[in-house]
Design a protein around this ligand. Structure first.
Ligand code: 9MR
Length: 333
């Protein structure tokens, strides 16, 4: 009952114009005026966002929390290859459209995620063995997906997770069939499909500057950009565990120096200390071309890895101390 009442109060604090009952008034104030997105924008950055999808923003307080606190969304699953083109040439955009509409209706920036990724990839793509067929499958997928949301997407994760931990290229159908050239094909197709979208290469475990994977990303992005491949940004996912925040500022400084812009794209921190959140925010704020931070979910219990409570809202949709930490770190920057 207590839980229910708290949820109702919290939800109404987020959405209603009614004055709040005393005990929740601080919460209401923060939700209404001290949004972490507004704080980011006040510092000249573009957004503080979260991933979501219709199964989330249509349930509980997720929608209200996103509208009150975040300025950008990334579809958690709805724009992936398996969700949009599970069989060759047959596209389904039901949930992707709903997600794009939620962004449009609520004035949220949209990060498209993701066009070329070895995972959540239908079997008909991973079984292709010849260059021409794979090239046209990639081109058709990118053109159709990005074309549908042309002009509505701030940035696309064009290529996701293509590096091994040692900085070499991951074995995937794309690399195995086309070699490194799949990078050029993907980015050139993406640029033509939506010329206004920022085009990103995105990966995880880029959280320490000297780490081989971080260095591999930096070295290759620099050489691809100098070869004319239209890469606008590096996305560092930021799936962290306790203590890893410490290395994030130096890692972002190195990554952000290698591309026109950069972002933290999927942040969550298992068993985070206050310092972890402060350092992650600093990592973006200290890099002049870091455009924003996206956390990978609203509340802990909806995280893809809920153990260690990695997000900014608890399972009752209450903002955690981590939320205040993030806000303070943005404001202090
Ligand atoms: O959060 C996503 C989860 O719901 C999916 O089951 C999973 C499938 O691979 O993908 C998760 O999101 C991933 C993102 O798309 C890419 N980087 C890693 C994220 C966490 O696994």
């Amino acid at each position: 009952m207590k839980f229910l009442l708290a949820s109702i109060l919290s939800a109404s604090a987020l959405v209603s114009a009614f004055p709040m009952a005393e005990p929740e008034s601080l919460f209401e104030e923060r939700q209404a005026s001290e949004s972490i997105n507004a704080a980011m924008v006040a510092k000249g950055r573009k957004y503080f966002g979260t991933c979501t999808d219709p199964n989330r923003f249509n349930t509980g307080s997720n929608g209200a929390i996103i509208k009150a606190n975040f300025g950008q969304i990334t579809p958690e699953n709805s724009m992936k290859w398996d969700a949009t083109e599970s069989s060759k040439g047959s596209f389904s955009f039901g949930t992707a459209d709903q997600t794009a509409n939620f962004a449009k209706t609520n004035n949220l920036l949209l990060r498209g995620h993701t066009t070329v990724w070895h995972s959540q990839l239908p079997g008909w793509v991973s079984s292709i063995r010849d260059k021409a067929t794979l090239t046209s499958a990639m081109q058709n997928h990118i053109n159709t997906l990005m074309g549908r949301y042309k002009g509505q997407v701030y940035a696309w994760d064009v290529i996701n997770e293509m590096f091994n931990e040692d900085g070499s290229f991951r074995s995937s159908v794309f690399y195995n069939v086309l070699g490194q050239d799949f990078v050029r094909i993907a980015f050139e197709t993406a640029r033509a499909a939506d010329p206004d979208a920022k085009l990103y290469i995105n990966d995880y475990n880029l959280d320490q500057a000297s780490y081989a994977k971080t260095q591999g990303m930096i070295k290759n992005v620099k050489s691809w950009i100098s070869a004319g491949i239209p890469i606008d940004g590096i996305g560092s996912q930021g799936h962290l565990t306790s203590g890893q925040g410490a290395n994030a500022p130096a890692a972002m400084a190195a990554l952000c120096a290698a591309a026109p812009e950069c972002a933290l794209t999927e942040v969550d921190i298992q068993n985070a200390s206050t310092a972890d959140w402060t350092n992650v925010v600093k990592a973006c704020m200290q890099a002049k071309n870091c455009v924003g931070i996206t956390v990978w979910g609203v509340r802990d219990s909806d995280s893809w890895r809920p153990s260690g409570n990695p997000l900014l809202f608890d399972s009752s949709y209450k903002p955690k101390a981590a939320y205040d930490t993030v806000l303070a770190a943005i404001n202090a920057s």
